[in-house]
Design a binder for this molecule. Structure first.
Ligand code: ADP
Ligand SMILES: Nc1ccn([C@@H]2O[C@H](COP(=O)(O)O)[C@@H](O)[C@H]2O)c(=O)n1
Length: 538
């Protein structure tokens, strides 16, 4: 069972939608490309450039998200300023706009009736669930996931559904009272107040409330005079003194340029250089691979690296897979067989408890059953796909998700381009009881594995509940750094190869002469199996 509802990774606001372009290959297996396009409100198209590492080589996060708080009167132009900043920051990855409107309190049916009669003050600080607002923002800032409420202006009510957010490098919060609560203010790196002429705000609000929020002229004016204006004077305007910058409510292009430049500079200061850090971490301790078929487990010095028994049967499969002349049907057949072997082995590392059953001859038998509340698979696209199919063969109806992580052509830095996680990981209270099979074809530099493990930890999956399953590990690659950073993650593999070599991959040209993929540096495992995803999916 594939759970696709978590496909929102990059959010500009509640109506934005990341699009991961896919095409289906001959084998019917979908192929993900690395272009993510954001379609935001009003047909603005925003490009995401993926998220670079937000952690160091010890596996711990090194920087929080950069948080901007924008306050100002209703219809002063807060959302406009937030969106303009997003557009100006085009090359900054993963920007989330979080609106205070999402945090209006849940109402009783009585209160909803009063709201429809314009008898509820939605402009008073008590109307907002400030502690929930601050908690969600705190989690997002700390690179953790959060689930925010969804509010309906038409129904004057918080809806039952929530919206999952994760992975922000920059968070922009906006709301009339965004600078009111001290707990919120403490989370901002930059505080902005949008100052706008009252007549202009009223005119804009009238137009918007009638057009977008289903209100009447009389109702809007009544609400404005009774609640909006007094609250603006008493609670909103006084918060301008907390702002670092006052931005005009119109003709504010220059102010927005200055703000975008400031944020870009701050992001540069925070940028981690993950690969150079990994390189400086020193060579990993070489892995000793036992030669006898029986001594396959608990490899020294990394007791959580589990190698399949090196039997002649297994070596036979690897020989077929390593042969560049193996026809594709055979490659798929033997990859599937190997994936099943690996998944069966990986299943041994789930917790088990005793279970007594009665056999058909009425005798009691005490055996075992899996003792895990939730189990799921997360594959790193697209080479993890064959292992995902293996997982589905050993656990029927298993929840699965995926991550798209690619390297920057020039620097080789990994970039998180897309994330689609099962619900048992997205909800923190379930994540702590979830066991995850993390699936990728090989561990070379370890950069993708590193990022994937960090993402699971950010969501609250315990480190020792992660079982990484892979066909190949490069002895001299990132396995040493992975071992140091995440010592309790289990890694189940079928072969350990000798070396990792840096090489250039040629650009891929489409039939019409357009470049589909630029030339880039890659690391190749040797002897290896080549690019397993390409050979499997074509
Ligand atoms: N600088 C601006 N120039 C022109 N129109 C603007 C500007 N800022 C906001 N508006 C318009 O005013 C209306 C309200 O703006 P919005 O950003 O939604 O306000 P808020 O989020 O503060 O309630 C929108 O129709 C928007 O297009
Ligand atoms: N059910 C509700 C809740 C809030 N409002 C009004 O929304 C305004 C805040 O939104 P902005 O986008 O203008 O910042 C606030 O002034 C409330 O009066 C509402 O009308 N109905």
């Amino acid at each position: 069972m594939t759970d696709e509802s978590s496909s929102i990774f990059i959010n500009v606001d509640s109506e934005s939608r990341p699009v991961l372009s896919r095409s289906v290959s001959e084998s019917g297996v979908s192929r993900a490309h690395n272009a993510i396009t954001l379609q935001a409100k009003k047909n603005t198209v925003l490009k995401s450039h993926g998220r670079p590492p937000w952690y160091a080589e010890d596996g711990l996060p090194i920087c929080d998200a950069f948080v901007v708080g924008i306050a100002g009167g209703s219809a002063s132009g807060k959302t406009h300023v937030a969106r303009q900043i997003v557009e100006k920051l085009g090359s900054i990855p993963t920007i989330i706009i979080l609106s205070q409107d999402s945090f209006y309190k849940k109402h009783s049916p009585e209160e909803v009736k009063l709201a429809h009669a314009n008898l509820i003050d939605f402009d008073h600080p008590n109307a907002i669930d400030m502690p929930l607002f601050a908690n969600c923002l705190k989690d997002l800032k700390a690179c953790k996931q959060t689930n925010i409420p969804i509010y309906s202006f038409a129904e004057h009510q918080r809806l039952d559904d929530t919206k999952y957010l994760y992975g922000a490098a920059v968070i922009i919060t906006e709301g009339i009272l965004a600078l009111h609560d001290p707990a919120l203010r403490a989370l901002y790196d930059l505080k902005i107040f949008v100052q706008c002429d009252s007549d202009l705000m009223l005119a804009r609000r009238l137009r918007r409330d009638i057009k977008e929020r289903g209100r009447t002229v009389d109702g809007t004016l009544d609400q404005y005079l009774r609640y909006v204006k007094p609250s603006y004077d008493n609670f909103v305007l006084p918060t301008a003194r907390h702002a670092d910058i006052i931005v005009p409510g119109m003709d504010n292009g220059v102010a927005i340029d200055l703000i975008a430049t400031h944020i870009r500079r701050k992001m540069k200061e925070r940028a981690s250089r993950f690969r150079p850090h990994m390189a400086q971490a020193g060579p990993p301790t070489p892995l000793s691979v036992p030669s006898t078929p029986d001594s396959h487990e608990l490899l020294e010095p990394y007791e959580n690296l589990i190698l399949l028994p090196q039997t002649a049967q297994l070596k036979g499969i690897y020989t077929i897979l390593r042969d560049k002349n193996t026809p594709r049907e055979d490659f798929i057949f033997f990859t599937d067989r190997l994936a099943t072997f690996l998944m069966e082995k990986a299943m041994e590392y789930l917790p088990y408890r005793s279970r007594t059953v009665t056999t058909p001859v009425d005798v009691e038998y005490t055996g075992k059953e899996i003792d895990a509340k939730y189990i799921c698979g997360v594959s790193i696209l697209r080479s993890g796909g064959p292992l995902e199919r293996g997982l589905e063969r050993v656990i029927s109806d298993v929840m699965t998700g995926s991550l798209l992580i690619q390297s920057v052509a020039q620097t080789g830095e990994p970039l998180l381009l897309h994330l689609m996680l099962p619900v048992c990981i997205r909800e923190r209270h379930r994540a702590k009881d979830t066991w995850v099979f993390l699936l990728d074809a090989q561990i070379g530099t370890g950069a993708a594995a590193f990022m994937a493990i960090r993402i699971l930890l950010d969501h609250g999956v315990p480190e020792d509940h992660i079982i990484f399953v892979t066909f190949l590990v490069a002895r001299s690659g990132g396995i040493g750094a992975l071992r140091k950073a995440f010592p309790t993650v289990k890694i189940v593999c079928g072969a350990i190869d000798d070396s990792l070599r840096e090489t250039w991959l040629e650009a891929i040209e489409r039939g019409d002469g357009q470049i589909e993929a630029e030339a880039r540096k890659v690391w190749v495992v040797e002897p290896g199996m080549g690019h397993i995803g390409d050979r499997y999916y074509l």
